[in-house]
Design a protein around this ligand. Structure first.
Ligand code: ZN
Ligand code: ZN
Length: 291
């Protein structure tokens, strides 16, 4: 999405703005961030808003699925995982993917069997950060179900009976935010009990509860009785087929260690000493002939 907006051309500060907009959890905050971009550069703002902004920002995520993923890394990693398989014929490809799935389920099972808690280490890291942050929030309790949490000019409300925090991050991700943590400490509740079941080890076990069944090789597959489909007539396409991901026009190139990009350098011609072109494009005389 960021590449579509061509934020790279606009520079680092826009990249920062972009991710702030994407990751913001409340509609109000989202609106404010958008206005700052609009003030900064009207054209860039119009460009950004043209791509249905409510589809890829956290502020407009529903709260049914307890997930706050707003990037496409899942597909990207799956794609890179099967990149070798993708260049094989259909049956070989599916066969490769099947074996990969088979081993992956085993790996994942080993992984969660090592978890010491009811939830995984990544969730723990986030939760720990929130627990740490929660001491900085001042709590005012209404005596029943609600409280206000204050820090500086920020103030959020927590409703424990409905499991709601007005910062929305709990509803979206299912991981307790700093405000809920503060409220629960105050009431002497066990934090770990309130983590959404989406993050529980049982849910993870359920997801990986069906192993792939081993199957025989193609020599032993049952016959379908359908006539063999012949391969299409081959047509040679010039050039070697591309394998790499298409790189955006303005994407920075991968450089070797200790190398700097030559982008923006002014070239000087070794032939005539003028700037703006190199020896290959020199028009002065015909002293040099391309070999
Ligand atoms: Zn909160
Ligand atoms: Zn020249």
């Amino acid at each position: 999405m960021f590449a579509i907006w061509s934020g790279r051309k606009l520079g680092k500060s826009y990249e920062f703005d972009f991710w702030q907009i994407v990751k913001c959890v409340t509609e109000r905050g989202w609106g404010e961030l958008c206005t700052t971009v609009e003030k900064k550069d009207k054209d860039a703002y119009d460009n950004l808003m043209r791509n249905s902004p409510k589809m890829w920002t956290r502020a407009f995520l529903g709260t049914t699925c307890k997930s706050d993923i707003i990037d496409n890394n899942l597909c990207e990693s799956f794609n890179s995982n099967i990149i070798e398989a993708r260049f094989k014929s259909i049956i070989r490809m599916l066969e490769d993917i099947r074996t990969k799935m088979m081993t992956r389920i085993v790996q994942k099972r080993k992984l969660y069997n090592r978890w010491k808690r009811n939830y995984g280490p990544l969730v723990k890291a986030k939760l720990d950060a929130n627990k740490k942050d929660c001491v900085e929030w001042q709590l005012i309790w209404n005596g029943e179900n609600g409280c206000e949490l204050r820090k500086g000019r920020y103030q959020y409300t927590v409703d424990l009976s409905q499991s709601i925090c007005s910062c929305r991050s709990w509803q979206i991700s299912g991981i307790l935010c700093a405000h809920i943590c503060a409220a629960m400490y105050h009431l002497g509740l066990q934090l770990d009990d309130y983590l959404h079941e989406y993050h529980h080890i049982e849910t993870c076990k359920k997801a990986y509860s069906f192993p792939m069944q081993p199957i025989n090789g193609s020599h032993d597959w049952p016959k379908t009785g359908i006539e063999l489909a012949l391969p299409p007539i081959e047509r040679k396409i010039p050039g070697r087929p591309k394998k790499n991901r298409r790189i955006a026009k303005d994407e920075p190139k991968k450089l070797k260690l200790d190398h700097l990009s030559r982008k923006g350098l002014l070239m000087t011609c070794t032939q005539c000493g003028q700037q703006g072109h190199n020896k290959g494009f020199c028009t002065k005389g015909n002293k040099h002939v391309k070999q």
